[in-house]
Design a protein around this ligand. Structure first.
Ligand code: SF4
Length: 265
């Protein structure tokens, strides 16, 4: 075992030169120096925003919500469960959960503690149990067991903030009332200088101002895919990014354009 480390190092050294020429060229390409954006530069011109949207459409033509669901309630519940948890994990939990408790009424009849074991693996299960049971009870007592279709009504449900409401309105009811702002949308909208804010509500407002309304729903789905595949939090894969020459983010890993100090994740 003691001799394994040097051998592995040797293999790594030999393997590096045989990496594809494209990859080597990309790695060798310099990052342009970080500086202030040129005077008069406006990242929010309609032409630039349209170009970003067109390239996202090309790369992610079928982007949609990754949470499996068969009803508005199932999507609402899955979105509550997805906080601080991967969609993959939620999709493992919900089929069993919705078979055990098939209706809103079944959830409303539970005590939150009874739900906890079923959702434990999604994390924060105590709060999530309270939210799910609380939301189900409110739906039964005040909305006839149906998930409402307005932002104001959705925000009355325990555990539901604008992000969850936007997911349900946009994905299930196809109502563009706002833009889903999660961690990916926050990071990438800032890198692309579509916003300078860090507060989700202000970011959403900025995006609603800069994006055409018919893109509010799909934009978030596309950016979430982009954030998972390419524009990851650390070491984004800029050399593979369809938006590369439109992006001036200070933390780019590879760039053909100048990088701006103000464009930070
Ligand atoms: S170029 Fe890099 S930082 Fe900019 S959007 Fe693409 S992956 Fe993200």
């Amino acid at each position: 075992m003691k001799r394994a480390a040097p051998i592995l190092k040797k293999v790594a050294k030999v393997a590096a030169p045989v990496a594809s020429a494209r990859l080597a060229a990309k790695k060798a390409a310099p990052r342009k120096p970080v500086g202030k954006a040129p005077k008069g530069y406006n990242p929010l011109t309609p032409a630039r925003v349209s170009e970003i949207l067109e390239r996202l459409d090309e790369r992610y033509p079928a982007a949609t919500c990754a949470l499996h669901h068969k009803s508005a309630w199932e999507l609402l519940a899955a979105t509550i469960l997805s906080a601080q948890c991967t969609d993959v994990r939620v999709n493992m939990v919900t089929p069993v959960l919705f078979e055990k408790y098939p209706t809103v009424e079944a959830f409303a009849a539970l005590k939150p503690e009874e739900l906890e074991p079923d959702i434990r693996s999604t994390g924060f299960f105590r709060n999530k149990s309270k939210s799910l049971v609380g939301a189900a009870r409110k739906l039964v007592s005040e909305f006839g067991g149906e998930v409402p279709r307005t932002m104001d009504e959705l925000l009355q449900l325990p555990g539901v903030a604008r992000k969850t409401a936007n997911v349900v309105l946009g994905t299930y009811f196809k109502i563009a009332d706002g833009v889903v702002v999660d961690t990916h949308v926050t990071r990438i909208s800032r890198r692309l200088e579509l916003t300078r804010n860090t507060d989700p509500q202000k970011i959403e407002q900025d995006l609603m101002n800069v994006l055409p309304r018919d893109k509010w729903i799909v934009f978030a789905h596309q950016i979430i895919l982009h954030g998972r595949a390419i524009c990851v939090a650390r070491s984004p894969k800029c050399a593979d990014c369809p938006l590369e020459n439109l992006c001036h983010a200070a933390d780019k890993t590879w760039s053909t354009v100048e990088i701006h100090n103000a464009a930070k994740p």
